[in-house]
Design a protein around this ligand. Structure first.
Ligand code: 5RP
Length: 291
């Protein structure tokens, strides 16, 4: 027990120095609770305000797609270069070494696969996310999907309610249905629906035209998915444009793990996201690191 015979009166009260009122570096996040901010600060670098998330959750709908046949061989060596990893609980428990200590964006909704009908999903128990020390809960939201729109928005809403109990933020992942066009009008609508329903982060696609309308109409950070594999230089150009048009980072999968040299590629993406390198400079570095 503390010895209370010798309690000394405090002397150093800093009288005359007002306590600083701290702001918070992420868009739309100033009023969030401490635990949520702490987790977001592990994902987004407080210095650059940006993140490079490495997405390798594709197997939950696609099985062993190209580049993900052996997560232990292709993905684990990339993890040290990512600010955050986005994956399923199965991948986490089976191959991701906990000693790497990276914040996890946990794939929190799951259901149907590419073989049937996408987006027919449910969500996991929140205790499972707590056990896995998730820093972010990633939920698919299929705006415009006639059959599953309501279900996926309810999944998002429920996830935010559950996550909020434990201080875990939620990321709405906009799924684009087969018949929907990935233009700024649609992406802004889908992303805004996620944010209005309480998503703390939104993951969506980049579009060449008017992407700034997407980032400006969404009051929380947006990260972009990379989409289908592009030649490395084009993928770096896309990342550059997205960041310069208001994205707070990338949540990239295929354009990293299917690159000719995935380690060189994730490092080059980092140069763009955190150091605002121009695409030509980042590609030059990629070529050097690839050797
Ligand atoms: C799947 C996802 C993927 O994580 C996402 O599409 C990112 O990967 P990629 O850069 O390969 O598009 O959300 O539902």
């Amino acid at each position: 027990m503390a010895d209370n015979d010798n309690v000394q009166s405090g002397k150093n009260f800093g009288i005359g120095t007002a306590q600083k009122v701290e702001g918070y570096f992420l868009k739309g996040s100033a009023h969030l609770d401490w635990g949520v901010k702490d987790r977001l600060s592990r994902i987004f670098n407080p210095r650059s305000g940006k993140t490079v998330m490495l997405a390798f959750d594709h197997g939950y709908i696609m099985g062993p797609t190209s580049g993900l046949e052996r997560l232990d061989l292709t993905i684990v060596p990339l993890i040290e270069y990512a600010d955050c990893i986005m994956c399923t609980r199965g991948a986490l428990r089976s191959v991701v070494p906990p000693t790497l200590n990276k914040p996890v964006s946990l794939r929190y909704s799951a259901g149907s696969t590419v073989l049937t009908d996408l987006n027919d999903e449910c969500i996991m128990d929140i205790e499972e996310a707590v056990r896995l020390n998730a820093s972010l809960l990633a939920v698919m939201v299929a705006v415009g999907d006639r059959e599953h729109e309501g279900l996926t928005i309810r999944n998002l809403t429920k996830t935010i309610d559950l996550g909020t109990k434990y201080g875990i933020p939620t990321m709405g992942v906009t799924a684009v249905g087969k018949e929907l066009v990935r233009d700024a009008r649609y992406l802004a609508m889908a992303s805004r629906v996620c944010a209005e329903n309480g998503a703390h982060v939104v993951k969506t696609y980049y579009c060449e035209k008017d992407f700034e309308q997407v980032t400006n109409s969404v009051p929380v950070p947006i990260v972009i998915a990379g989409g289908k594999k592009l030649p490395e230089k084009e993928a770096l150009e896309m990342a550059y444009r997205a960041i310069n048009e208001g994205a707070a980072g990338v949540d990239m999968g295929r354009n990293i793990f299917q690159a000719e040299n995935p380690v060189a590629m994730i490092k080059a993406v980092r140069e763009i996201v955190h150091n605002n390198a121009k695409p030509d400079a980042a590609f030059k570095l990629y070529e050097e690191w690839k050797k």
